[in-house]
Design a protein around this ligand. Sequence first.
Ligand code: FCB
Length: 441
Amino acid sequence: MVEISPFPDQFVWGASTAAYQIEGAWNEDGRGESIWDRFSHTPGKTHHGDSGDVACDHYHRWPEDVELMKRLGLKAYRFSTAWPRIYPQSRNPLNQAGLEFYDRLVDALLAANIEPYITLYHWDLPQALEDEGGWGARDTAYAFADYAETMVRQLGDRVQHWTTFNEPWCTAFLGYEYGVHAPGWQDDRLALQAAHHTLVAHGLALQAMRAINATIKAGIVLNLWSIETVTDTPADRALVERAWQRDLGWFLDPLFHAEYPLLAWQAREAIAPTMQPGDLKLIAQPLDFLGINNYHRILLGSNGERVLPPESEYTEMGWEVHAPGLRRLLNTLHQRYPATPLIIIENGAAFPDEISADGAVHDPRRVHYLREYIGAVRDAIQDGVDVRGYFAWSLLDNFEWAFGYSKRFGLTYVDYPTQRRIVKDSGWWYAQVIARNGLEE
Ligand code: FCB
């Protein structure tokens, strides 16, 4: 008999996607332009000039994709709603056709017994708002709260789990400091201002959402990683603390403690964001759960340099496969913020998949990755961490931002020229984990 190491009864097994990465139909049914349309249509910004114009054509193929989720036995599906489908011009008028798309999707998911988890912002800001200053402008936060309120008004009777932002770290730093994501600015001061405004927008949105419907469960999704050092000296520990504050604490501390972390604030004094009185209190709204995206750890040498151990395995993104880092991260979060349930909203790996002669997609490295990381989640739960769910990234191969279609993260292979979906071995393997509510030992 196979031995199963079980997960808690109510544990939520899901898969994740994001609007711009799968929907396509970028200019249909009244959808407005987003910063990712503008960015990917600008020569030189993405691999091969790829864009999300068509992507997985999910906007038209969503019934087939819901069927696919059923075949995998998913209990939940996390997707994002595209703001420019709802408010194409940034604010009014509202685009009814956009709302109806998500309405139909939610109804189909519920009919299939799959719980929808909605993220309101997965990087596709309406271009019209960017033209007014984007996340550098405080008004964008108010516009976001209006949009969030609209969505909860429309879907809150059927959708219980909501998150405001996906990875505001990426929005701020990749989009405004390094310029590798839309809107492509390279300005460190603007990046911190953008980060602050996403947090303000999060606080305003949670207030507005809960005022419409007090029964929803609301949170935010952060990209978090464990920070480790090769040796373990007092200097190493100080290094870890500084790195934690700079990247993770910069978001976690305002959200949980209504303050920016001191050392990181001092290091950034000259470029610190402008705030209004009450902002920090506004940001620190109670969270029903914290969503975590985790793919790899960060290992530092004694001078703070990034270390990539040669003996480790790496994914197509160059990310180290090191599942104990996830267990460590979950324990650290539990120690720092013990009262908040945690949900893994994204975890997965890109590998160079191909359709083999037998018509299947054999991806043993992804199976191995998922087994290790899901095992790390199980270990963390046994350590006493309150983890409520796990969502694999991603349901489908999709548009991987600046990398275009060159990185495949899916449980399902997408043959882009025909849009045919082929469940990979890892997808079938994951379906078994779900069916057994546990990992085979
Ligand atoms: C995360 C993003 C997601 C996807 C994965 C690989 O940072 O949230 O959209 O690109 O990485």
